[in-house]
Design a protein around this ligand. Sequence first.
Ligand SMILES: NC(=O)c1ccc[n+]([C@@H]2O[C@H](COP(=O)([O-])OP(=O)(O)OC[C@H]3O[C@@H](n4cnc5c(N)ncnc54)[C@H](O)[C@@H]3O)[C@@H](O)[C@H]2O)c1
Ligand SMILES: [Zn+2]
Length: 374
Amino acid sequence: MTGDDAFARVVPVNTQRPYKVHMGMRVLAQMEQVMAVEGLVPSRVLVVTNPTVQALWLREVEKGLASLPWDVAVIPDGEAHKNLKSVSSLYDMLAGLEFDRSSVVLALGGGVVGDVAGFAAATYMRGIAFVQVPTTLLAQVDASVGGKVAVDHPRGKNLIGAFHQPVLVLCDLATLETLPYRVYAEGLAEVVKTALIGGHELLQFAGDHADELLRRDPSVVCSVVEDCVRVKASIVAADERDLGSRMQLNLGHTFGHAIETSCGFEGVSHGEAVAVGLVMAVNLGVQLGVAGADLLHHVEHLLSRLQLPTTMAGLHAHVTPGAVRRNLRADKKRRDGRLRFLVPRAPGDIILVESVPEELISRVISESARGSAT
Ligand SMILES: NC(=O)c1ccc[n+]([C@@H]2O[C@H](COP(=O)([O-])OP(=O)(O)OC[C@H]3O[C@@H](n4cnc5c(N)ncnc54)[C@H](O)[C@@H]3O)[C@@H](O)[C@H]2O)c1
Ligand SMILES: [Zn+2]
């Protein structure tokens, strides 16, 4: 076994049409072999990426696709380009190059590239095969698994989308080394969310290895990515179409979304909002009497060690208790008049609470704004 092979892992995703998540260190260069192991021999490949990832990682993919015919499509970087215009440019390329059902669309990038390329693959010729090669921590532990593909619309995020499972996911842990810290930290917030959903062992491991996680120690990152993918895979397999239990993946996101909306999705990253939202969700569990204060301390401590915010205090001038309350109310109006909250009773035990008393929500918000959840 070479040093790099030590990080090789395979996690099955048992959806209706099952597929595997392969992960390892410097596995991009082995792309073709991994595809062959999975019985994938495409007639040609369209690699979809953005200029940032292209500059950093396309050469490795080039090595990995040595004997397969492939082309590259570059969409602009950023959430602002997760739209139908980018998808349309991919249709033009796929049609212009006469791609057909024996071809593969390969998404090389973060969640934005994955969602855009996935939506194009889901709809071109009523669906062609799609390989995810996620290069951010968030995309590796969350976005690349589960088949939700979507683009934004001026009226809402992820408003236009489909379910289209990839045929293979290939996570190269080496790609995480080039992530700016802020982007890496976004993924850490989703790691804490997944650990809370996954259970005590994963949460404990993340806590015991927070420093290594922070400095991207390969063996700790490898273990955490693998465990998070396992958690996500089992949730997706149980509820592929998001009709019930898959909802738990939104833990911390109701409060988080209200925070992001308060500052117009600028100045506070999604990860920061989710980190604060997670603490608020646990605090709501405490206020409701279903979770213990020890869980709240544990989650706060873990997020702080990962250098993520735990309270609304000092987050952004526009993130005020009033604004967050208003946005939660607007959310409620949009969704059949009910405001439901996911709260953990314990790690691995997430429940959906309907009709939470207003005063408890207000208390959670004002405690977070004061900078103390406890
Ligand atoms: N489909 C799903 O189930 C799902 C789940 C969660 C999130 N999402 C979506 O994912 C998106 C967020 O994904 P994200 O956080 O990966 O953002 P992103 O795709 O915008 O990537 C963040 C930044 O990192 C850069 N980058 C990517 N890989 C890099 C690397 N290896 N080295 C250096 N820079 C790199 C990108 O160019 C970008 O500037 C959102 O649109 C969200 O809606 C989808
Ligand atoms: Zn999220």
